[in-house]
Structure formats: C-alpha cells, structure tokens
Ligand binder design. Structure first.
Ligand SMILES: Nc1ncnc2c1ncn2[C@@H]1O[C@H](COP(=O)(O)OP(=O)(O)OP(=O)(O)O)[C@@H](O)[C@H]1O
Ligand SMILES: [Mg+2]
Length: 256
C-alpha cells in the first residue's frame, strides 16, 4: 500500500510569510526505511517545510500525507506515531532529564510503567545514563540536544523527523548519534533530517534534496549528486565531496 511504503508524501507545498513565499512549491516523498536529507543554506525553508509536514504551521497550498494521515487535518494522530527533534530544544525546565521523558510519554497516552521501563534504555541511547536526575538547567547544550533525541523515541516511532539533530554536539557526541541513527535505520526506521554537516548527510542519507529559496534545486543520492555536479575534484589533494556540490549549487554568498 502506498501509504505504508511512503511514510511522508509532500506535493507542491507552498508557504508564505508576510509577502514572501518561503516554501515555493516543493514535492518529495520518503520511502520506508530510508534516510532522506533536506539540505540548504540558512533561511532556505527547511524548518518551515518540516513544520508544515508536522501540522505545526498551516501550508497555503499543496498536500501532505504523513504516516498515511492527511496534514493538517489529522496532524495530532500522525504526530503520535512519529518522533520529532525540533531545531531548538523545548525541554521542560521544571523537570529532571528522566521526568522529561516521563511527561512526554504521558502526552502520548503511554502508561507510566511502560515509560519507566523505556527510560534507562533511552538515556543510555543518548549517553546520558548518569544524568537521569539532573535538572535541565544543569545540562550542557549538547546534553540537552541528546536528551531531545532520546525523547523523540519515547513512543517507539517508525518515522523520525530531525531538524539539525547534531548541531551543538562535540565530535564525540556527534559520532555517537550517527552510530545510534544508523542503528535505528538498521532496525527499519525511516528518518527525515536536516543538517548543515555535509559529512553527516553523506554518511547517513540514502537520498538528499538541496533546497534554496524555498525550492528543491537538486535531488539524488549523495554519490549521484557529486558525480553529476562535481565530476572533477576542485583540489588534486582530495576527491570531490558533498560540500563542493552544496557550494556550487547554492553559491558562496551569506544569506540574510
Ligand atoms: N514564523 C515566521 N514568521 C515570519 N517569517 C518566518 C517565520 N518562520 C520562518 N520565517 C522565514 O522563512 C524563511 C525560511 O525559514 P526557515 O526557518 O524555514 O529556514 P531554514 O532553512 O530552516 O534555515 P536554518 O538553516 O537557518 O535553520 C526565512 O526567511 C525566515 O526568516
Ligand atoms: Mg531551520
């Protein structure tokens, strides 16, 4: 069935803020079990696209099917079955790390015993076993990021939507998260992620879409994008990579 094999289908999505179209007619679909990366410079429209897909902001036009549910009409039902890491952490400062997982699980209607049984494994997943009883203000930025990722797994989702999951992490923590995400993919989970780390995209993503000014300007496997756009390395000292592709397609100017 189409919806089972395509946990997310986005067709001709448009979103305007003020007078500006920040998502200008994009279409893409995720196949079950794949990691799909959305790349693009600051302001390209990645987070807005994800927020539309999650039903957190209403699109102006276009259609979205998320785990088989029409968005925004049945966004709440769909969100209960997926895991989300927003670009900016929104942990509850009034609770400890473990309590944040508990409270979030309750929000999905999972009973306390089942959540408590999952908490040690999720904290271990994020390398935070020793921080179970720490207050959120006592955690570093990278620890909060990892806790947010652990929280996204509380409902054992088949689809994860991760907006810059490793921004702010040190290299050790980033490698830990890459390993963990590869483990989730090996279990058959589907991942949609945004990242500014080209190495992360190359390692994790089966397919990528590069966005600029609200449009997808190129799409394919990392290898295919490199072969298509940078067939000859700009440096004799190393092979071409995804960063070369990104800069060629989106330019060297800072975005405002
Ligand atoms: N709530 C909002 N109101 C008005 N403009 C917004 C709003 N949210 C986003 N924008 C604008 O929409 C554009 C796209 O923003 P978006 O956050 O989707 O970009 P992004 O690709 O996620 O960028 P980054 O890599 O910096 O996270 C930007 O120009 C931004 O200023
Ligand atoms: Mg963003």
């Amino acid at each position: 069935m189409e919806t089972l094999n395509q946990p997310l289908v986005v067709t001709d999505l448009h979103k305007r803020y003020g007078g500006r179209e920040v998502v200008a007619g994009i279409s893409f679909a995720l196949a079950r079990g794949e990691c799909f990366g959305l790349l693009g410079p600051n302001g390209a429209g990645k987070t807005t696209t994800l927020r539309c897909c999650l039903g957190l902001t209403g699109p102006d036009s276009g259609s979205i099917s998320l785990v088989g549910e029409p968005i925004p009409a049945r966004a709440r039902e769909a969100r209960a079955r997926i895991g989300v890491v927003p670009q900016f952490d929104n942990l509850d400062p009034d609770f400890t790390a473990a309590e944040n997982l508990l409270v979030f699980g309750r929000y999905f209607g999972i009973d306390d015993a089942a959540i408590r049984a999952r908490i040690p494994r999720l904290l271990d997943f994020a390398g935070l076993s020793s921080k179970a009883n720490a207050q959120i203000r006592e955690l570093s930025g990278g620890m909060k990021r990892r806790l947010t990722l652990a929280r996204a797994l509380i409902n054992d989702p088949d689809l994860l939507v991760l907006d810059e999951p490793t921004t702010g992490l040190d290299p050790q923590a980033r490698h830990l998260i890459w390993e963990r995400l590869q483990g989730l993919l090996a279990e058959g989970k589907t991942i949609l992620l945004t990242t500014h780390f080209m190495e992360e995209a190359e390692r994790l993503c089966h397919r990528l879409a590069i966005m600029d000014e609200g449009r997808i300007i190129s799409e394919g496997t990392p290898q295919a994008l490199i072969a298509e756009h940078i067939p000859v390395s700009p440096s004799p000292l190393r092979p071409s990579n995804l960063e070369d592709v990104f800069l060629k397609l989106t330019g060297h100017e800072l975005r405002d």
